[in-house]
Write a protein that binds this ligand. Sequence first.
Ligand SMILES: [Zn+2]
Ligand SMILES: [Zn+2]
Length: 391
Amino acid sequence: MEDILNLDINENRYSRFELIPWWNQELLHNSTIMVVGAGAIGNELIKNLALLGIGKILIVDMDKIEQTNLTRSILYRMSDIDKYKADAAVEKAMEINPDVTAIPLKVNVATDIGLGVFRKMDIILGGLDNREARLSINQACYKVNKPWIDGAIEVLNGFARVFVPPGPCYECTMTETDWKLINKRKSCALLTHEQMLEGKIPTTPTSSSVIAGIQVQEMLKLLHNDRNLPTLAGKGYVFNGLTHDSFVVEYQRKDDCMSHDTFEVIKEMPWSARNTSISEMLKQAKEDLGEEAILEFDRDIATTAACVCGNSKEIFNVVNKLKNRDIICEKCGKTMRFETIHSISGNEEFLDKKLFDIGIPLFHIISARSRLNYIHYELTSDKNEVLGGLF
Ligand SMILES: [Zn+2]
Ligand SMILES: [Zn+2]
């Protein structure tokens, strides 16, 4: 009885949590979590992280708040309409709990988050609505060996899946239908961001809170990994909102899966995507790996475009980010053909270009290879610009 009285006197914000035997509030305060997507699921994820006192939260979303978001987004108000979701969510997270530091990253998930960003996280939480974004987060997480927890909802149903390298990954769970849908969208040439969002999915605040709750609960157990709690690593929680039946599926790791690449040697370099040139990086690669070294990018980069009318122009952008207007000939109005590269051997004519100017994001990690030997260079000087508010 006396103990309980003492507890009352010494109570703080987190006292109820600390009654849980395995709970470590300091660990949560020192954790860094990335939330990708600040929509229906993302709002619930961020709300939970703030309530729990997760110390550092990175919120990634490039969209603005619309009126339709207000039915599923606890963090947004009428007065937030037209603000960036990431900005409003950051503000509300720190209002819910001043112990939290949150920062926004208003970029395209699939192309503009450097791998160095993923590397600084403890766990990545996904609140996404499309397969392409899931696939690119999945690959990023495996490259830098980070767990990620995906959530998906549709009407009243949903699932939460936990992927921990080197176990089964998101790509391992993909069915033929998933691939067909991805390829169908890819074949529609160059989709604009608006078109990407067209596949609008009906969702509710009830299913998003159920699924995000499971995701954050899994995150808590993974963070307390020294406590040997059971987790959903390599598994998925499936929730049927009509019957409230739920079950757990176990995924199989596919040996031929393309997403299991994990970087072994990552070298932190005093480089920035903004002012390090391709040639400077290639020179270092040749010093480290020998004259045969080449640079390998994790993306296709369009270099130049040429038109049947004889007109040609420089592009230097990631193929996935090209818009139709980028490859329309301004002389005759026809669609131009463009050249792409994804590696650099040293014979290219544009070696003096800066990495950022060919579509490499800040704080990225770039691979150099000579035969089967790899080194991965992190553009560590960009850390402050991207994550300065957190570290
Ligand atoms: Zn896989
Ligand atoms: Zn032309």
